[in-house]
Design a protein around this ligand. Structure first.
Ligand SMILES: C[S@@+](CC[C@H](N)C(=O)[O-])C[C@H]1O[C@@H](n2cnc3c(N)ncnc32)[C@H](O)[C@@H]1O
Length: 236
C-alpha cells in the first residue's frame, strides 16, 4: 500500500515565478543568495561593459519632478532609488517585478519614499493606475530576458498605459556592428545564458507592438550598436 504524503511546501521565493525565470535566470533573480550577491552597481557596470551610466542617463533624463512613472522591472544597484528621487514627492513612482527576491530588494531601497510603490506583478498584465495613466514608462533591460510571446504582451501593455503626451522608454540590447568585438563575446554569452536576447538583434522593438504605426519610435544606439534606447510617443 502506498502512503499519501502531504505536499511539500513551496519555497516562497519560487511561488508564482514563471518557468522561464526558474529555468534560465534562477541564479540571477530568483534564488535570494544570488540576488544578495549580485545586487550592486559594480555588477551592472561590468555587465554593461562600463556603459551603465550613459544608459541610465538615457532613462533618468526623461523624468521630471511630479511625473507618474512606472518602471516595469527592478534593476541591480541604485537606479530605482535615483529614478524615485528624481520623481519626488509630488509625483508617483511605481516599480513592478515578478520575483519575490527582487521585490524584497526594491522594497528595501525605496523604503521611506511615500510616493514610491513596489508591486509584485507581471509587466505583461500589470493594471497600474489604469489605461493611459503614466507620463513615463521605462523598461530597462527587461525585454531581452523574456520569451517572444512575453515581449509582445509587455510592449502592448506598456503602450496601453501611455496617454497622449506621455513617453515609453526602452533601454536594451541591439544588433552590434560587425566590427564591434563585444558582438562576438555577446554571441557566446547569449548561447550560454541569454536565450531570448538575440531576438532584439533581429527585431526592432516596434515589431512587438500591435499598432506600431500609431506611435513615433525614436531610436538611439550606443557603443557601436550594442545597446539601444527607444523613446515612443503617440503620433499627433
Ligand atoms: C530589468 S531585468 C535585468 C536588468 C539588469 N540585468 C540588472 O538587474 O541589472 C531583470 C528583472 O526583470 C524581472 N522580470 C522578469 N520577467 C518579468 C516580468 N514578466 N514582469 C516583471 N518583471 C520581470 C526579473 O525578476 C528581474 O528582476
Amino acid at each position: 500500500m502506498t502512503k499519501n504524503h502531504p505536499p511539500l511546501p513551496i519555497d516562497p521565493y519560487y511561488e508564482g515565478v514563471p518557468d522561464y525565470m526558474t529555468e534560465v535566470y534562477d541564479w540571477a533573480y530568483v534564488d535570494p543568495k544570488w540576488v544578495n550577491a549580485l545586487d550592486h552597481n559594480l555588477v551592472v557596470r561590468v555587465l554593461l561593459f562600463l556603459n551603465d551610466q550613459r544608459l541610465m542617463r538615457a532613462y533618468l533624463k526623461e523624468i521630471s519632478p511630479g511625473m507618474r512613472v512606472w518602471q516595469v522591472a527592478h534593476v541591480y544597484g541604485d537606479l530605482v532609488k535615483r529614478a524615485a528621487h528624481k520623481v519626488g514627492s509630488s509625483g508617483a513612482f511605481h516599480l513592478t517585478d515578478i520575483t519575490p527576491a527582487q521585490i524584497e530588494h526594491a522594497v528595501h531601497k525605496l523604503s521611506g519614499l511615500e510616493w514610491a510603490k513596489v508591486i509584485r506583478s507581471d509587466a505583461a498584465t500589470f493594471g497600474g493606475l489604469g489605461p493611459e495613466a503614466y507620463d513615463l514608462i521605462c523598461s530597462f533591460f527587461l525585454l531581452h530576458e523574456v520569451p517572444e510571446e512575453k515581449k509582445y504582451a509587455i510592449v502592448n501593455n506598456m503602450l496601453q498605459k501611455l496617454p497622449k503626451g506621455g513617453k515609453l522608454d526602452f533601454v536594451d540590447y541591439h544588433n552590434p556592428s560587425k566590427w564591434q568585438p563585444i558582438r562576438y563575446i555577446l554571441k557566446v554569452v547569449n548561447r550560454l545564458l541569454e536565450p531570448f536576447a538575440e531576438a532584439l538583434w533581429d527585431n526592432e522593438i516596434s515589431h512587438y507592438a500591435k499598432n506600431a504605426d500609431r506611435f513615433v519610435w525614436e531610436k538611439q544606439t550606443f557603443f557601436a550598436g550594442v545597446y539601444q534606447c527607444v523613446v515612443v510617443r503617440h503620433k499627433d
